[in-house]
Design a protein around this ligand. Structure first.
Ligand SMILES: *Cc1c(COP(=O)(O)O)cnc(C)c1O
Length: 454
């Protein structure tokens, strides 16, 4: 392709992307009616025999793909703590796609390495986490939990005289893994990937908001890991970190925090009291694609003891680094990978400390308004709205499910379903920079319309 046609193609892609984004405020929050069926049908052909033109491919994507998308980049999407994507981060991702950098090492992309160093430094400054902590940018909180817990597993075993990196787990001393009853489903998958087992963990009972009850922490001996949660995926509640960490210190237990979205409370003076104790942990996993509002995908792992992370993730199996520079592959599960740090840097640069705090606080305020508006219209709010999460019911389980389906059908906003304290519920997560107060009011009205019509 000639230079001009590449330029035209990218200009066309940018124009279509801008059109897509500017239509979001008025389009349904879910796929347009029939669009997914039309896309599936249009895709239902064999592998093309020969080449296709880039213009036609872009045209296909926009004609068939755009209408079939979930409008999760818009302001009235409240599903799955999804988060939007700040304009600066979308633009950064477009340029970074053109760069096509391989961020596995310093030599493969000194630029990506430089952005990563700054992104990690700013992340620690934004959250008030220890500056000596070493980190990894990976696909999401699932892999961030994996990264941290691999470091934890190998470190607690090393302290017991066992080299898990070299010898694996066969014959190793048993590791006691303790989680709260309300730990996120992905954490169990991570524990199984790490050979720690989904079922052999100790589950500590939780209270009505989903917080682990510190008095339920067992007596432990030998290698042990405690997984705490900052931000329950339904209620938004935080485990009692200060008590749990005091307990862990007595038994030399590694404390890991799954703070996929909740850890961002630490970036706000108004919200940080919820999460303050979590700063004393040994490792932290969070997402940038949720509350920081960068495009998919981006998870962040931080480990207080840099050697523990390097020992678990180093590509050579040894943890003595040979390069004079920081090579990311020694801290991440992946080797070749995209330069995610570019968008994390762009988000933190675009928001600054004040903008980040303001966004977190705005979402918490909007969640409280959502709860108040729904309650005034007859909904039952099932959680204490301490963060950005609202869990609502509209009568018995069947009725709640009907209201949820009606809300999703009407398309003004999108909320997901969940089960909370044994009841069917609607879960509303306010986590997009794009959500305006007007979006919140329109969504309250749409949910109450569905409530009245069911
Ligand atoms: C979203 C979430 C995860 C999983 O994160 P991914 O980015 O989907 O991998 C883990 N824990 C909690 C508390 C979450 O909210």
């Amino acid at each position: 392709m000639t230079d001009t046609t590449t330029r035209e193609l990218l200009a066309e892609a940018a124009a279509r992307a801008a059109d897509y984004l500017s239509a979001l405020p008025e389009r349904p929050a879910g796929p347009l009616p029939g669009a997914v069926e039309r896309l599936t049908e249009a895709l239902d052909g064999p592998l093309p025999a020969g080449p296709g033109s880039a213009e036609a491919i872009l045209d296909f994507l926009d004609e068939h793909g755009s209408p079939a998308t979930v409008a999760s980049a818009g302001g009235r999407y409240f599903g799955f703590v999804t988060g939007g994507a700040l304009p600066a981060t979308v633009a950064a991702q477009v340029l970074a796609a053109a760069w096509d950098q391989n961020a596995f090492s310093f030599v493969s992309s000194p630029a990506a390495a430089a952005f990563e160093a700054t992104a990690l430094r700013w992340l620690k400054q934004a959250l008030g986490l220890p500056m000596q902590a070493e980190g990894a940018l990976c696909t999401g909180a699932t892999m961030a939990n994996f990264t941290c817990l691999a470091a934890a597993r190998n470190k607690v075993l090393a302290d017991a005289g066992w080299d898990a990196d070299r010898d694996g787990l066969f014959g190793a001393p048993p590791v006691t893994v303790i989680v709260g009853e309300e730990a996120h489903a992905t954490l169990y998958k991570v524990l199984s990937l790490l050979g720690l087992g989904r079922e052999r963990v100790l589950r500590v009972p939780a209270d009505g908001e989903g917080r682990l009850r510190a008095e339920g922490l067992p007596a432990v001996k030998g290698p042990a890991i405690l997984c705490l949660q900052a931000g329950n995926v339904n209620s938004g509640a935080f485990d009692p970190a200060a008590e749990a960490i005091a307990w862990a210190r007595e038994s030399n237990t590694w404390v890991h925090v799954d703070g996929a979205f909740g850890l961002w409370a630490l970036a706000s003076k108004e919200q940080e009291s919820l999460a303050e104790g979590f700063r004393e942990a040994d490792s932290w996993a969070t997402d940038a694609h949720k509350w920081l509002n960068v495009p998919y995908d981006c998870g962040l792992a931080l480990v207080r003891d840099p050697a523990a992370l390097a020992r678990a993730m180093s590509i050579s199996g040894a943890y003595l680094m040979t390069s004079a520079h920081r090579d990311a592959m020694h801290y991440t599960p992946e080797s070749s990978r995209r330069a995610r740090a570019v968008e994390v840097w762009a988000a933190l640069k675009a928001l600054g400390r004040a903008g980040l705090a303001e966004m977190i606080e705005r979402h918490c305020r909007q969640a409280r308004r959502m709860a108040e508006g729904l309650a005034a219209g007859g909904a039952e709010i099932l959680n204490d709205v301490v963060l950005n999460q609202v869990v609502a019911a509209f009568g018995d389980d069947d009725r709640t499910r009907r209201v949820l389906a009606a809300v999703q059908d009407a398309g003004t906003c999108w909320c997901g379903g969940t089960t909370w304290k044994g009841r069917a519920a609607m879960r509303i997560s306010v986590s997009s920079w794009a959500t305006t107060d007007d979006d919140v009011e329109r969504s309250i009205a749409a949910i109450l319309d569905a409530h009245r019509s069911c």
